[in-house]
Write a protein that binds this ligand. Structure first.
Ligand SMILES: [Zn+2]
Length: 408
């Protein structure tokens, strides 16, 4: 990234050039970050390395990198400083103290979306505008996530539940607040888009972000699977409806792609996920509310919960999605991870369980150590509402459209 120093701070507060040994450190960190970004084209990519070397600001670095790599600055006449302002503001909207739904999760989803759209089967199928919209949707899809799910906001009569009438409360909030950021002139990097392109892009972003509400999972997936597996008539080039469903499934698969990653990366996500779940469970208990499934620290069974999530939510979607985009590596990794979880569940090997400090015992992911980095190791916290949400959805699939449930 040639203008690397500019992304460290808003362009209006640019730092003076560094000198001597500090400058060498900045340069080596920059080279390391660029190397990690260049690896983002691989499914085996480890987002936690970028989290560490970016000072926990991975989202703006990956988003800028991808947009630059696709030559979108030229294609869409995007002012680079304005894009940086937008990305910095969006990343700042993600709360660092939320264990799972922070900007590292958004970065992970963005990388997955980018990865799927780069697959050979997708070449020539998707327009540049749709790719840009998909990047934006992934980057903002959990903007300002509070670390509790829709059910909690509804049960506690939160003002956001009032604002959105209990329907996809968080998802509406994510995309709405992100667009409010976009509407600030200093952040509006879409300023040069023709009106029709802007309308199409905004519509796609809204559709994709709202699709991440797991409460609508079964209806979206059945529409997709009926055409891919049932009638074998799925065709994004012939059917606008199929095209819209494709983008919704694209971000949904990316959003719940943790079980399809390597075991080491997957278990780091589990750790964060569980921490966030337990935080909510503790809060529910404190308020005298029923403690949500998977959020009760006195009864949690991590392997069983993960297996249930894989079997009911992930596997049926991964398998049809990979037929469309050609990403069998997702299913392969998922099956390997599931086999390990099964052995844990059946006590053949020590299970993942929580220690007194909330950390997952039997660490399987070694501390990230990257030569030359001076950034302290990131404290592994955990979690995503996605698995908890999934269980809630599983409990009441008939309420699919009511959106009382989940968030990713
Ligand atoms: Zn998410």
């Amino acid at each position: 990234m040639p203008e690397e120093e500019e992304i460290e701070a808003p362009v209006t507060h640019r730092l003076e050039p560094q000198i001597s040994s500090t400058h060498r450190t900045v340069s080596s960190d920059h080279a390391l970050r660029e190397h990690i970004l260049s690896q983002s084209k691989l499914w085996e990519w480890d987002v936690f390395k970028l989290e560490e070397v970016s000072g926990r600001k991975p989202l703006m670095h990956l988003a800028y990198y991808l947009i630059q790599r696709k030559n979108f600055f030229q294609i869409f006449q995007i002012p680079s400083g304005t894009l940086k302002n937008f990305l910095i503001a969006i990343e700042a909207g993600y709360q660092m103290d939320v264990p799972y739904h922070n900007s590292t999760h958004a970065t992970d989803v963005l990388q997955a979306v980018s990865y799927f759209l780069e697959k050979e089967k997708m070449q020539g199928q998707i327009t540049d505008l749709e790719i840009l919209a998909s990047y934006i949707a992934a980057a903002v899809h959990d903007h300002k996530h509070p670390g509790v799910n829709n059910q909690f906001l509804v049960a506690t009569r939160n003002e956001r539940a009032m604002l959105y009438n209990d329907r996809s409360v968080l998802e509406n909030y994510h995309v709405s607040t992100a667009w409010q950021v976009m509407m600030q002139p200093e952040n509006n990097f879409l300023v040069n888009l023709p009106e029709e392109d802007y309308r199409l892009l905004r519509n796609q972003v809204i559709s994709m972000v709202l699709a991440t509400d797991l409460a609508g999972h079964f209806s979206t997936l059945s529409a997709f699977n009926n055409k891919v597996l049932g009638t074998n008539t799925f065709d994004i080039n012939q059917s606008p409806e199929d095209r819209a469903i494709f983008f919704r499934i694209l971000i949904k698969c990316a959003d719940v792609s943790n079980p399809a990653r390597s075991w080491l990366v997957y278990t780091s996500w589990i750790e964060r996920l569980i921490q966030e779940f337990l935080n909510q469970g503790d809060e529910e208990r404190k308020r005298g509310l029923p403690v949500s499934p998977l959020m009760d620290r006195s009864s949690i069974n991590i392997p069983a919960g993960q297996i249930g999530f894989i079997d009911v939510v992930c596997a049926p979607m991964y398998e049809s999605f990979t037929m469309v985009v050609g990403a069998p590596e997702m299913v392969t990794s998922m099956k390997k991870n599931r086999a390990i979880l099964m052995r844990m569940r059946d006590n053949e090997i020590p299970p993942l369980r929580l220690g007194e400090n909330g950390r997952v015992i039997q660490r399987v992911r070694s501390t990230i150590r990257i030569a030359g980095s001076t950034t302290p190791p990131v404290q592994p916290t955990s979690s995503s509402l996605l698995q908890v949400s999934a269980i809630s959805v599983l409990a009441r699939p008939a309420e699919d459209s009511a959106s009382k449930g989940s968030t990713e």
